[in-house]
Design a protein around this ligand. Structure first.
Ligand SMILES: [Zn+2]
Length: 77
């Protein structure tokens, strides 16, 4: 799992850091680091990140590292 800050908030506790699964066996659920609530799936996140990249408003390092991770996951899938 990899801990990342994302431009969204947990529905449950409002935290903005999430755990991303980095291996296929870890599933595809993105969970809140604070309360552990499953927030979305990596496939959802990927489309959200893709939309961010498209608009290219703020090139945040965090966003880039999350995108890199998702890219590696896709290569390893
Ligand atoms: Zn939470």
């Amino acid at each position: 799992m990899m801990r990342v800050a994302l431009d969204m908030e947990c529905d449950e506790c409002g935290h903005d850091q999430f755990m991303l699964p980095v291996q296929k066996k870890q599933g595809d659920q993105v969970t809140c680091v604070q309360c552990g609530k499953p927030t979305c799936h990596t496939s959802d996140l990927e489309s959200a990140l893709g939309a961010f990249a498209k608009h290219n408003t703020v090139p945040e390092p965090v966003l880039e590292s999350a995108t890199d991770t998702l890219g590696r996951m896709r290569e390893n899938a």
